[in-house]
Design a protein around this ligand. Structure first.
Ligand code: CO
Length: 503
């Protein structure tokens, strides 16, 4: 880890390359305010034209509340999950948002104060004595939202999914996936959809995992048919503590990056810190790549790599004897200290996320790494047809300037064949998150970039959010900007489905 860390940082700190800051902190901070209202309306304030072929629903999830009655959460990851749904049909768009009515959300809204500790440092009022040995987990359902097996599911990686009504976004309740999960089980927030599973005669399948961390860690793999029926489930134990937010799939493997992180639970137990603040990087040790065969039968392989910290993978594929894995890596683990205010983060003091390619030769067990994109980036996405397969284009939320660490302000398209890049930026007053790629058609011969990028931007000038529609082949000018009547706090992940679900 040290070798690449030093080289990369030296390059970043070349003073000639430090451009002027592309944003104002006060503007960025405004995107982190609670949205307490729940809306239903047709979007009328539109610049440009919504493509008439764009039909379906964009679902997004993220923290909607950054405080409860003025008591602030310590970190946005502790904010209650709120779903936005934008339905597109025949050139029009409708917006709706609803909070996931988790048990804890209802209790806290009723009480008007924080009743639960958050994993990322939110504490109940009253100091450590009020928090010590309170190990209840608040399932905040705030990380991702998927539609699979005719169920709309809000996901949070440490607990069960919540099912919502796809038209009204009304919370139906915890969902155990027809008995696959037991009460208290985890279900990760990063499922991958294999578009044509080798194990299922070319049918699509949804692959997800669950982590049970401890002195050794259990990783359970689940694969589901489009009907929601369980196809495969197998569990594996790996040595050591593991914090793994995401994984990648290929036709034959589930791929995990287990970073060298230790967990010291004492400050959590004693009420000083959230569990997520008790993680500590062990810089002298490598990351372990864990390969779990999807058939559940072949042995698990573990290969060390100096990769830095990875939260999200872009994609992975098999090529001859090699596995190719593209991931956003950080030279150091961004810490969430107990005393810090996340809104005062010094971006320039932190390492940026960058896109790296890891080539793992399965025969020789050797590894080669290559920096694909040095610009600060996160939230990679691609054409759904290419998940687990060789691909040419990756799209990422990106900072405005090519060097340094900064908030995401746009989207970058990277052509992995030619190295060509296109950037669309909302700087200086716009801030972005995860782009979602929507194919224009289901034609299997259509170009890989024939489609749109949907991107929710916080416009600090208007103090409102807007949904930007970009032509994925030409990012120079948005096709349309749909201005919402309000802001949407910076979110996490979402998905697009061709169903419109208009009520
Ligand atoms: Co994520």
């Amino acid at each position: 880890m040290q070798g690449f860390q030093l080289g990369e940082r030296a390059a970043l700190l070349n003073p000639d390359q430090i451009a002027t800051q592309s944003y104002q902190m006060q503007d960025w901070q405004k995107g982190y305010r609670s949205l307490t209202e729940e809306y239903d309306y047709w979007i009328e304030d539109i610049e440009g034209t919504i493509p008439s072929e764009l039909n379906g629903t964009l679902f997004r999830n993220g923290p909607g509340l950054l405080d409860i009655n003025g008591q602030r959460v310590h970190h946005p990851f502790d904010g209650d999950g709120m779903i936005s749904a934008i339905h597109f049909s025949n050139g029009r768009a409708h917006y709706r948002n609803r909070f996931v009515r988790t048990q804890a959300f209802l209790e806290e809204q009723q009480a008007g104060r924080i009743l639960y500790r958050g994993v990322f440092g939110t504490q109940k009022p009253g100091g450590w004595l009020a928090n010590a040995f309170d190990l209840r987990r608040k399932n905040i359902a705030n990380t991702h939202i998927i539609y699979w097996g005719e169920k709309l599911l809000a996901l949070w990686e440490a607990a069960e999914p919540h099912r919502l009504h796809p038209e009204t976004l009304e919370t139906i309740g915890l969902d155990y996936l027809e008995g696959v999960l037991q009460p208290g089980d985890a279900f990760a927030a990063h499922p991958r959809i294999d578009p044509a599973s080798d194990l299922d005669e070319g049918e699509p399948c949804l692959v997800n995992f669950a982590i049970k961390p401890g002195l050794s860690t259990t990783i359970t793999i689940y694969e589901f048919a489009p009907s929601g029926k369980l196809l495969r489930q197998h569990a594996h134990s790996v040595p050591g503590f593991a914090f793994m937010h995401d994984f990648a799939i290929t036709p034959h493997y589930c791929i995990f990056f287990q970073a060298p992180i230790a967990f010291n639970p004492i400050p959590f137990l004693l009420g000083f810190k959230g569990a997520g603040q008790c993680l500590q990087a062990k810089l002298d040790q490598p990351t372990q790549i864990i390969l779990i065969p999807r058939n559940g039968k072949d042995p698990v392989q573990t290969i060390p790599v100096d990769s830095g910290f990875v939260f999200h993978h872009a994609n992975a594929f098999e090529q001859g004897d090699e596995l190719v894995i593209d991931s956003i890596a950080y030279a150091s683990l961004p810490a969430i200290d107990a005393g810090d205010d996340y809104r005062e983060v010094r971006f320039e003091k932190l390492d940026p996320g960058q896109l790296w390619r890891t080539r793992l030769n399965l025969k020789t067990q050797t590894i080669e790494r290559q920096l694909l994109e040095s610009r600060c980036c996160e939230f990679p996405t691609l054409h759904p047809r290419h998940v687990g397969q060789p691909y040419r284009y990756v799209y990422l939320g990106a900072a405005h300037n090519p060097t340094g660490n900064a908030p995401l302000q746009g989207v970058i398209k990277l052509d992995l064949e030619t190295g060509e890049r296109q950037l669309w930026s909302a700087a200086p007053r716009g801030f972005s998150g995860e782009p979602v790629f929507v194919p224009r058609s289901s034609d299997p011969d259509a170009a890989e970039d024939d489609g749109w990028l949907l991107l929710l931007i916080f416009n600090a000038e208007l103090e409102r959010s807007e949904l930007v529609i970009l032509d994925a082949q030409d990012l120079s000018q948005p096709i349309a900007k749909l201005r919402l009547k309000h802001h949407v706090p910076y979110g996490l992940h979402g998905s697009f489905v061709p169903e419109v679900f208009a009520s």
